[in-house]
Ligand binder design. Structure first.
Ligand code: NAD
Ligand code: DAU
Length: 339
């Protein structure tokens, strides 16, 4: 079996590469990644030691490069993680989100059709459903919830999802889509809530909480997401959407205070800053379909997962310190400077 993992030098893609190498030592895995600011070859250092793994630097929107790669490698399965993934950056500059997330998906699907890929899997997000109110805790996103996006990021991911469904129906592409809630764990880029708060707390810097910190996210340990995708690409039904999430709803302020408590740092580090534009209030996934059809349930509960994650950042300081010492500083000043 030969699998193409796009975006495998990023957070979830790299965790998926390691998950697959460990679980299927006979599979050949090729990672295609453009190494944008979010991609990091250091993350794949251990994978590179494996003869069944190879890395190709390239952009998923580069049709010639993608077609050459598909012709040469004859992939059985394609899993598309490659994306611009940060909501705040999409508010600042939407264009690259449309290019990578929509047009990149189209190029990968065209190549999958031409070279007879047996399964194309699109890694999508619960953000395509928009948000839920705080005062109706019984409401959750199911696969039937209408698409209703808030940010340029979520609009680009929803557009890609619609395109995948069109390719299934019009061209018979054997594709599946998964829509997952917020992930956390190792190799998470420190622009996102959890790793940013861990890094700032360890550096005794202020912790910028948007608005009142009452927005709710449904957190899933990244390995559980990888397992769900593994089940979908092997046993999921073509043309189907699968929601992935584990009933782990937490407010942002709870997350931030938990991190401070684990690290033994004072709550006085918390600073409330102006809110994200169009900020989604609450996400919550109903995973009934994937549990019923594929037997998936999350294995790591939040209390364990957050401790494991904090430990990982403590034990891998050079990984994130290298990131935040570079161009990240410009990003940080622009995003948080006069907030
Ligand atoms: P990330 O930003 O950490 O990684 C994205 C990776 O894609 C990077 O390695 C980057 O170099 C690569 N990339 C970007 N543009 C590319 C291009 N044009 N060509 C090739 N490679 C390119 O993202 P992540 O958090 O790991 O998210 C991975 C996927 O999962 C995304 O599609 C995202 O929408 C989806 N998702 C993320 C979460 C989450 O909580 N992080 C939850 C649900 C779904
Ligand atoms: O739900 C899945 C989505 O989760 C993925 O599709 C996205 O790729 C991923 O980035 C994530 O989006 P969010 O916007 O939910 O994640 P983020 O870590 O940026 O923010 C989580 C919450 O924390 C959100 O309510 C905004 C808030 N926040 C974030 C940052 C970076 C803060 O309060 N302060 C911050 O500095």
């Amino acid at each position: 079996m030969k699998i193409l993992v796009t975006g495998g030098a990023g957070f979830i893609g790299s965790n998926f590469v390691y998950y697959m190498i460990n679980k299927y030592p006979d599979y050949k895995i090729v990672c295609l990644d453009a190494l944008t600011y979010a991609g990091n070859l250091e993350t794949l250092e251990n994978a590179m030691k494996n003869d069944n793994f190879s890395f190709v630097k390239g952009d998923i929107t580069d049709r010639a490069l993608v077609f050459d790669l598909f012709e040469k490698e004859a992939f059985d399965i394609v899993v598309n993680f490659a994306a611009e993934s940060h909501v705040d950056r999409s508010i600042d500059n939407p264009e690259i989100f449309l290019k990578t997330n929509i047009l990149g998906t189209q190029v990968l699907m065209d190549a999958s059709l031409k070279f007879g890929v047996k399964r194309y899997h699109q890694v999508s997000t619960d953000e395509v459903y928009g948000d839920l109110p705080l005062d109706k805790p019984e409401l959750m996103f199911t696969e039937e919830t209408p698409i209703h996006t808030s940010s340029p990021y979520s609009a680009s991911k929803a557009s890609a999802d619609l395109l995948v469904q069109a390719y299934v129906r019009t061209f018979g592409l054997p594709a599946t889509i998964s829509r997952c809630s917020n992930n956390y764990g190792p190799y998470h880029f420190p622009e996102k809530l959890i790793p940013l708060m861990i890094a700032n707390a360890l550096n005794d810097k202020s912790l910028p909480v948007y608005g009142e910190g009452l927005n709710v996210r449904d957190w899933l340990y990244v390995e559980d997401h990888c397992e769900a995708i593994d089940l979908i690409i092997h046993n999921g039904r073509v043309g189907e959407v699968y929601n992935i999430g584990g009933h782990n709803e937490k407010t942002n302020i709870y997350i931030v205070k938990t991190i401070l408590e684990i690290l033994g740092k004072p709550e006085s580090l918390i600073t409330y800053v102006s809110d994200r534009k169009g900020h989604d209030m609450r996400y919550a996934i109903d995973p009934t379909k994937i549990t019923g059809e594929l037997g998936w349930t999350p294995k790591t509960m939040f209390d364990d997962g957050i401790r494991k994650t904090v430990d990982w950042y403590l034990n891998n300081r050079s990984w994130w310190e290298n990131i935040i010492s570079g161009e990240y500083q410009d990003y940080y000043n622009k995003m948080y400077g006069d907030r």
